[in-house]
Ligand binder design. Structure first.
Ligand code: ADP
Length: 161
């Protein structure tokens, strides 16, 4: 059985993430979205539980995808759930440099865990959680970037601030 871990911050999950996990779910028997939730992780808009709930709802239609939070090293979490592949998405050259650095670090820490990068879909190549938050923060239209319940959560969060 092939199990992949798709790790990230997912603050919050958006359509670019959903595209990657949908495609990964066709390549692997099952995929776990791993939401990094270390207490030292600052500058997040949503708590780990909130990010988990939004991600779960966003992938509820994908039967071989589940979502979990983790606080350890990514490769340790991968091992603990029996995943031998990490999936990441690549949008631009800038992503490549970071992913290469992370990939080599993970390889040094755990040579048995492989990393697979999927090219961002043309439709979502501009999209990041930061951009979504920037636009939502000033009341802009994010309906094409995130599922409706994520948009609601964002507007509610900014309205309360
Ligand atoms: P990070 O680990 O940098 O906090 P994110 O939570 O934003 O990352 O995203 C997790 C993964 O999804 C990363 O590999 C990131 O490159 C990828 N990703 C983010 N946005 C997109 C997008 N629009 N299209 C494809 N992949 C993406």
């Amino acid at each position: 059985m092939t199990r992949a871990l798709y790790p990230g911050t997912f603050d919050p999950i958006h359509n670019g993430h959903v595209n990657i996990v949908t495609r990964a779910a066709e390549l692997f028997d099952d995929v776990v979205i791993g939401i990094f939730a270390h207490p030292r992780l600052k500058n997040v808009l949503f708590t780990a539980d909130e990010r988990l709930a939004l991600a779960k709802q966003a992938v509820a239609h994908l039967p071989n995808v589940r979502v979990a939070t983790y606080e350890t090293l990514t490769v340790e979490f991968a091992r603990s759930i029996g995943a031998d592949t990490l999936v990441r998405g690549l949008r631009a050259v800038s992503d490549f440099e970071w992913e290469l650095q992370m990939g080599l670090t993970n390889r040094a820490l755990a040579s048995d865990v492989e990393m697979v990068c999927l090219m961002a879909d043309q439709e979502w190549v501009f999209l990041s959680s930061s951009i979504v938050k920037e636009v939502a923060g000033v009341g802009g239209d994010i309906s094409r970037m995130v599922p409706p319940f994520v948009a609601e959560a964002l507007y509610a969060r900014f309205a309360g601030q």
